[in-house]
Design a protein around this ligand. Structure first.
Ligand SMILES: NC(=O)c1ccc[n+]([C@@H]2O[C@H](COP(=O)([O-])OP(=O)(O)OC[C@H]3O[C@@H](n4cnc5c(N)ncnc54)[C@H](O)[C@@H]3O)[C@@H](O)[C@H]2O)c1
Length: 367
């Protein structure tokens, strides 16, 4: 027995190669994750099992269904095909089609580990209580990630994620302009979820759209601190954690204003220009550590920041005025941003780094 196949979960040392259906104690203690790790691959390692275990959602455990699927899987591995149903005298179901409304039975892998595009990954999302950050967090959880949702708005976090299972979302009240808060966020992800694979630097702010001569020093300092210094602080906190996991994906939310600045938001747009530029620099510097860094440049969206950007609330009339030069004819939906973050955070984008990606319905084309 190789020492690598020795594993300890819930205080039980076991050799996964020797788990069999009949071992009730192990089955009770290990439930699905270890079994899932074992049955599909004989060369299971401790890391495999821990990974499967971390992914597993105990809240949806269904013992009966699990037993049935496990039986099928074992039969398949033994090359005997699925166990035949016992014949009974009741032939009433003969010739009947399955009711399409009956849910399709999921595969063993789906039942036990989830099949999301971020399955097994841990993400840290800042500014998660509202707008883009909330949509990103929700999408990531739906795709199998575990998320540390960070924001300075404690009430907003509770409202957005108070009912989410803590096995998938942990909230933390923090200020992204504080270096010690960055340590707390990363420590939480490490302690509760085992590390961090994806960081979304999304928390951001702006002063109200106005002539540049009216922008105060405090407003300038705040916009630079929340939008740029936060990323400066995030790097020393996140890079060592990502190195521990063999790499990671950092996604910084910039703005289309980084590329096409407009009057009235000069220093906000300049802060986002810094975000876009720093993302490329960081991508160049940390590629060798397998840490990818990309920035998104979204168009205006009807989140709470809309009024700051445009100076008026997002009523139908005000939105209409803004859309005349957007080829796809609408504002950014927070899900548009969440979808791109999903792609860039997943392994599907493993060769993509240093991108400043417009999420703007074609606005920057200049139509
Ligand atoms: N909404 C838009 O039109 C738009 C367009 C392009 C880019 N962006 C950028 O997208 C990001 C998200 O914006 P949104 O529209 O979802 O705004 P939002 O106001 O809905 O969300 C921003 C969140 O960040 C949090 N936050 C602000 N300062 C913080 C701090 N110091 N520490 C911790 N949390 C803090 C807020 O509490 C809020 O929950 C921002 O970086 C913004 O600049 C927004």
């Amino acid at each position: 027995m190789s020492p690598q196949t020795q594993c300890n979960i819930f205080g039980t040392t076991f050799n996964p190669d020797r788990i069999r259906m009949g071992n009730k104690v192990l089955r009770e203690r290990l439930k699905g994750p270890a079994l899932a790790a074992y049955y599909p691959r004989k060369s299971v390692t401790i890391a495999d099992i821990q990974k499967e275990f971390n992914r597993y959602d105990m809240t949806t455990w269904n013992e009966e269904e699990e037993d049935r699927l496990e039986g099928l899987q074992i039969a398949k591995l033994r090359g005997k095909g699925a166990p035949k149903k016992k014949r009974t005298a009741d032939t009433s179901k003969k010739g009947k089609k399955r009711n399409p409304a009956t849910p399709k039975i999921m595969s063993l892998h789906q039942v036990q580990t989830g099949s999301g595009r971020l399955s097994g990954k841990v993400a840290l999302v800042t500014g998660a209580a509202s707008g883009f950050g909330r949509a990103i967090t929700q999408r990531f959880v739906a795709e199998g990630a575990k998320v540390v949702a960070a924001d300075m708005n404690e009430e907003g976090l509770a409202k957005s994620f108070g009912e989410s299972p803590q096995t998938h979302v942990l909230t933390i009240t923090c200020n992204v302009t504080s270096q010690s808060d960055w340590k707390k966020m990363v420590d939480l992800a490490r302690e509760k979820f085992g590390g961090v694979d994806i960081l979304i630097n999304n928390a951001g702010t702006s002063y109200k759209n106005k002539p540049t001569l009216d922008v105060t020093e405090d407003e300038f300092d705040k916009v630079m601190a929340v939008n740029v210094k936060s990323i400066y602080f995030s790097i020393p906190a996140i890079v060592p954690a990502m190195k521990e996991r063999g790499g990671g994906s950092i996604i910084n939310i910039a703005s289309i204003g980084a590329m096409r600045p407009r009057p009235g938001l000069v220093w906000y747009n300049a802060s986002k220009g810094a975000v876009a530029n720093a993302s490329k620099g960081l991508a160049a510097e940390y590629g060798k550590e397998n840490i990818r860094v990309n920035a998104l440049c979204p168009l205006l969206s009807a989140t709470p920041l809309f009024e700051n950007f445009v100076g008026v609330p997002p009523t139908e009339e005000n939105v209409k005025k803004f859309l005349f030069n957007v080829p796809l004819g609408r504002l950014t939906d927070p899900d548009d941003v969440a979808n791109i973050c999903l792609y860039l955070g997943s392994d599907e984008a493993k060769f993509i780094t240093g991108l400043n990606m417009e999420v703007d319905g074609g606005r920057a084309v200049g139509a």
